[in-house]
Design a protein around this ligand. Structure first.
Ligand code: GTP
Ligand code: MG
Length: 220
């Protein structure tokens, strides 16, 4: 299927968003989990900036996509948890702005680290903040068959919906991911606004004492 994609804007405030009413899906996950790489793999071009050094994406980068003769939609690439903080816009503030326009979210988690506290907190928080959400396990190419089986069990134990394994490197899972994105986009109308502020303790944060393998600074 033919895919046309274009970078639209880097958004920091509600005013920056496209003013049409096309649906959109936001990509959320820890820094370095592979959000930008997955967007590139889906769009089959290097349109989103990726890096081995975490924290590259500090605004919400919005891409407009048309696949074949389907209705166009937006994909929003958010900063990793914790890395937009301290600058002009905090991650939570930015996320709330994005969810005000695109209330469908894909939470990306690293298939090598199932059930991290920060990912579980993010999943719970998204349950309050958005209309619809789904989980994707990235970098599945890095797992052996046995590791993959262990990870699948671990994910099943932690998250209620099935976690879709994907790889930006091998392309595994990308067709299923497009199907999932279409489904999310169809339910992406923002909820009527109430108090969207996440409770402090439920907010995903970079943990000071995280071990090296899950530290956002580790090169994964
Ligand atoms: P931030 O923008 O910092 O939040 O990171 P991000 O989530 O956008 O991660 P990014 O796409 O920049 O990828 C981080 C690193 O993981 C890069 O070195 C990628 O090459 C690598 N990576 C991403 N996806 C995959 C994958 O599916 N397989 C493998 N093996 N490596 C991947
Ligand atoms: Mg990125």
């Amino acid at each position: 299927m033919k895919i046309e994609a274009a970078f639209v804007t880097s958004a920091a405030t509600a005013r920056d968003f496209p003013q049409d009413d096309l649906p959109g899906v936001a990509f959320v996950g820890r820094s370095n989990v592979g959000k930008s790489s997955l967007i590139n793999a889906l769009l089959r071009q290097r349109i989103a900036r990726t890096s081995a050094a975490p924290g590259k994406t500090r605004l919400a980068n919005i891409y407009r996509v048309r696949r074949g003769d389907r209705t166009a939609l937006y994909l929003a690439d958010l900063p990793g948890y914790g890395y937009a903080r301290g600058g002009d816009v905090g991650f939570e503030d930015l996320a709330q702005v994005v969810f005000g326009r695109f209330a469908a979210v894909l939470l990306l988690v690293d298939s090598r680290h199932p059930g991290l506290a920060s990912d579980r907190a993010a999943w719970a928080w998204l349950g309050e903040a958005v209309a619809t959400r789904a989980i994707v396990a990235t970098k599945i190419d890095k797992l052996s068959r046995a590791e993959r089986q262990r990870a699948t069990h671990a994910f099943d134990a932690v998250f209620e919906p099935p976690v879709l394994p994907v790889s930006a490197v091998t392309g595994e899972g990308l067709d299923q991911l497009w199907t999932l994105i279409d489904k999310l986009a169809n339910n992406s109308k923002p909820r009527p606004r109430r108090n969207h502020n996440p409770p402090r303790e439920a907010t995903p944060r970079r943990r000071k004492n995280s071990n090296a393998s899950i530290s956002p600074r580790s090169r994964t």
